[in-house]
Design a protein around this ligand. Sequence first.
Ligand code: HEC
Length: 154
Amino acid sequence: MNKIVKYIIGIIAVVVILLQFMGPDAPDNRENNPDDLLMNTQVDAEVAGLLRASCYDCHSMETKYPWYSKISPVSGFLFDHIEEGRDELNFSNWQTYEKRRKLRKLKEIQEEIEEGEMPMKSYTLVHGEARLSDSQKELIINWAKDYSKKVFSE
Ligand code: HEC
Protein backbone atom coordinates (compact mmCIF):
# COMPACT_ATOMS: atom_id res chain seq x y z
CA MET A 1 0.00 0.00 0.00
CA ASN A 2 1.05 3.48 -0.75
CA LYS A 3 2.71 5.21 2.22
CA ILE A 4 0.42 8.22 2.02
CA VAL A 5 -2.69 6.02 2.05
CA LYS A 6 -1.39 4.21 5.14
CA TYR A 7 -0.69 7.53 6.79
CA ILE A 8 -4.20 8.80 6.06
CA ILE A 9 -5.81 5.59 7.33
CA GLY A 10 -3.70 5.89 10.47
CA ILE A 11 -4.88 9.43 11.09
CA ILE A 12 -8.51 8.47 10.53
CA ALA A 13 -8.15 5.57 12.97
CA VAL A 14 -6.69 7.85 15.64
CA VAL A 15 -9.43 10.43 15.13
CA VAL A 16 -12.17 7.80 15.36
CA ILE A 17 -10.63 6.41 18.56
CA LEU A 18 -10.35 9.88 20.07
CA LEU A 19 -13.96 10.60 19.12
CA GLN A 20 -15.07 7.72 21.35
CA PHE A 21 -13.97 9.69 24.39
CA MET A 22 -15.58 12.93 23.31
CA GLY A 23 -18.91 11.78 21.93
CA PRO A 24 -22.19 12.93 23.49
CA ASP A 25 -23.98 10.72 26.02
CA ALA A 26 -26.95 8.67 24.87
CA PRO A 27 -30.30 10.25 25.78
CA ASP A 28 -31.47 8.51 28.97
CA ASN A 29 -34.17 5.91 28.93
CA ARG A 30 -36.80 5.69 31.64
CA GLU A 31 -38.20 2.40 32.88
CA ASN A 32 -41.51 3.40 34.42
CA ASN A 33 -43.79 5.30 32.12
CA PRO A 34 -47.25 5.48 33.69
CA ASP A 35 -48.26 8.20 31.20
CA ASP A 36 -47.46 6.04 28.19
CA LEU A 37 -50.02 6.00 25.40
CA LEU A 38 -50.21 2.22 25.28
CA MET A 39 -50.61 1.93 29.05
CA ASN A 40 -53.56 4.29 29.16
CA THR A 41 -55.59 3.76 26.04
CA GLN A 42 -57.06 0.74 24.33
CA VAL A 43 -54.87 0.48 21.27
CA ASP A 44 -55.46 -2.48 18.97
CA ALA A 45 -52.63 -4.97 19.55
CA GLU A 46 -51.46 -4.84 15.94
CA VAL A 47 -51.31 -1.03 15.90
CA ALA A 48 -49.54 -1.02 19.26
CA GLY A 49 -46.98 -3.45 17.86
CA LEU A 50 -46.42 -1.26 14.81
CA LEU A 51 -45.95 1.88 16.88
CA ARG A 52 -43.49 0.05 19.11
CA ALA A 53 -41.55 -1.39 16.18
CA SER A 54 -41.52 1.71 13.97
CA CYS A 55 -41.73 4.75 16.23
CA TYR A 56 -40.81 4.01 19.83
CA ASP A 57 -37.04 4.14 19.32
CA CYS A 58 -37.28 7.89 18.65
CA HIS A 59 -40.64 8.81 20.14
CA SER A 60 -40.56 7.26 23.59
CA MET A 61 -38.33 6.90 26.64
CA GLU A 62 -37.77 3.25 25.73
CA THR A 63 -35.18 3.52 22.99
CA LYS A 64 -33.48 0.26 22.08
CA TYR A 65 -29.88 1.12 21.37
CA PRO A 66 -28.11 -1.20 18.94
CA TRP A 67 -24.37 -1.75 19.57
CA TYR A 68 -23.24 0.63 16.83
CA SER A 69 -25.42 3.41 18.17
CA LYS A 70 -22.89 4.20 20.87
CA ILE A 71 -19.98 4.52 18.47
CA SER A 72 -19.02 8.06 17.61
CA PRO A 73 -19.60 9.76 15.16
CA VAL A 74 -22.69 7.61 14.34
CA SER A 75 -23.93 8.19 17.88
CA GLY A 76 -24.13 11.97 17.54
CA PHE A 77 -26.33 11.63 14.51
CA LEU A 78 -28.64 9.08 16.20
CA PHE A 79 -28.79 10.87 19.54
CA ASP A 80 -29.87 14.09 17.80
CA HIS A 81 -32.72 12.23 16.12
CA ILE A 82 -33.81 10.67 19.37
CA GLU A 83 -33.76 13.98 21.24
CA GLU A 84 -35.55 15.82 18.46
CA GLY A 85 -38.03 12.98 18.00
CA ARG A 86 -38.85 12.91 21.73
CA ASP A 87 -39.28 16.67 21.75
CA GLU A 88 -41.78 16.54 18.92
CA LEU A 89 -43.71 13.52 20.10
CA ASN A 90 -43.10 11.37 23.15
CA PHE A 91 -45.51 8.47 23.52
CA SER A 92 -44.13 7.84 27.03
CA ASN A 93 -45.50 11.22 28.13
CA TRP A 94 -48.74 11.02 26.18
CA GLN A 95 -51.11 11.43 29.11
CA THR A 96 -49.40 14.65 30.15
CA TYR A 97 -50.29 16.25 26.81
CA GLU A 98 -53.25 18.59 26.73
CA LYS A 99 -56.17 17.68 24.56
CA ARG A 100 -55.20 20.19 21.86
CA ARG A 101 -51.68 18.84 21.67
CA LYS A 102 -52.91 15.26 21.46
CA LEU A 103 -55.20 16.18 18.59
CA ARG A 104 -52.42 18.04 16.79
CA LYS A 105 -50.01 15.12 17.19
CA LEU A 106 -52.59 12.60 15.97
CA LYS A 107 -53.12 14.75 12.89
CA GLU A 108 -49.38 15.00 12.31
CA ILE A 109 -49.01 11.24 12.70
CA GLN A 110 -51.51 10.72 9.89
CA GLU A 111 -49.75 13.26 7.67
CA GLU A 112 -46.23 12.00 8.32
CA ILE A 113 -47.22 8.41 7.58
CA GLU A 114 -49.27 9.28 4.53
CA GLU A 115 -46.35 11.24 3.09
CA GLY A 116 -43.92 8.45 3.95
CA GLU A 117 -41.85 10.85 6.11
CA MET A 118 -42.05 8.65 9.21
CA PRO A 119 -40.43 6.39 10.22
CA MET A 120 -37.33 8.22 8.97
CA LYS A 121 -35.68 6.67 5.91
CA SER A 122 -32.24 6.64 7.49
CA TYR A 123 -33.81 4.49 10.22
CA THR A 124 -35.71 1.97 8.08
CA LEU A 125 -32.59 1.50 5.98
CA VAL A 126 -31.03 -0.25 8.97
CA HIS A 127 -34.22 -1.34 10.74
CA GLY A 128 -36.05 -3.36 8.10
CA GLU A 129 -38.60 -4.46 10.70
CA ALA A 130 -39.71 -0.84 11.10
CA ARG A 131 -40.74 -0.43 7.46
CA LEU A 132 -44.49 -0.05 7.01
CA SER A 133 -46.44 -1.72 4.25
CA ASP A 134 -49.38 0.14 2.73
CA SER A 135 -51.87 -1.85 4.78
CA GLN A 136 -49.88 -1.22 7.96
CA LYS A 137 -49.83 2.50 7.19
CA GLU A 138 -53.57 2.38 6.77
CA LEU A 139 -53.99 0.63 10.11
CA ILE A 140 -52.08 3.35 11.95
CA ILE A 141 -53.83 6.16 10.08
CA ASN A 142 -57.25 4.69 10.82
CA TRP A 143 -56.34 4.24 14.44
CA ALA A 144 -55.20 7.88 14.67
CA LYS A 145 -58.44 9.05 13.06
CA ASP A 146 -60.66 7.00 15.37
CA TYR A 147 -58.68 7.89 18.44
CA SER A 148 -58.84 11.60 17.52
CA LYS A 149 -62.61 11.44 17.59
CA LYS A 150 -62.45 9.90 21.04
CA VAL A 151 -60.00 12.50 22.35
CA PHE A 152 -62.10 15.25 20.80
CA SER A 153 -65.23 14.13 22.62
CA GLU A 154 -63.50 13.67 25.99
C1 HEC B 1 -35.05 7.50 13.69
C2 HEC B 1 -35.92 8.23 14.53
C3 HEC B 1 -37.38 8.33 14.23
C4 HEC B 1 -38.29 7.33 14.02
C5 HEC B 1 -38.04 5.84 14.00
C6 HEC B 1 -39.58 7.96 13.87
N1 HEC B 1 -39.44 9.32 13.98
FE1 HEC B 1 -40.91 10.70 13.92
N2 HEC B 1 -39.55 12.21 14.14
C7 HEC B 1 -38.20 12.04 14.26
C8 HEC B 1 -37.55 13.34 14.29
C9 HEC B 1 -36.05 13.59 14.39
C10 HEC B 1 -38.57 14.32 14.18
C11 HEC B 1 -38.43 15.84 14.16
C12 HEC B 1 -37.92 16.34 12.86
C13 HEC B 1 -38.87 16.13 11.72
O1 HEC B 1 -40.03 16.51 11.82
O2 HEC B 1 -38.44 15.56 10.71
C14 HEC B 1 -39.82 13.57 14.09
C15 HEC B 1 -41.06 14.15 13.99
C16 HEC B 1 -42.25 13.46 14.02
C17 HEC B 1 -43.56 14.07 14.09
C18 HEC B 1 -43.84 15.55 14.14
C19 HEC B 1 -43.84 16.09 12.75
C20 HEC B 1 -44.28 17.51 12.63
O3 HEC B 1 -45.19 17.77 11.82
O4 HEC B 1 -43.74 18.37 13.32
C21 HEC B 1 -44.46 13.06 14.07
C22 HEC B 1 -45.97 13.20 14.14
C23 HEC B 1 -43.72 11.82 13.98
N3 HEC B 1 -42.39 12.08 13.96
C24 HEC B 1 -44.32 10.58 13.94
C25 HEC B 1 -43.63 9.38 13.82
C26 HEC B 1 -44.28 8.09 13.72
C27 HEC B 1 -45.79 7.89 13.74
C28 HEC B 1 -43.29 7.17 13.62
C29 HEC B 1 -43.46 5.70 13.42
C30 HEC B 1 -44.30 5.25 12.37
C31 HEC B 1 -42.02 7.88 13.68
N4 HEC B 1 -42.28 9.22 13.79
C32 HEC B 1 -40.77 7.29 13.65
C33 HEC B 1 -37.54 10.83 14.37
C34 HEC B 1 -38.11 9.59 14.19
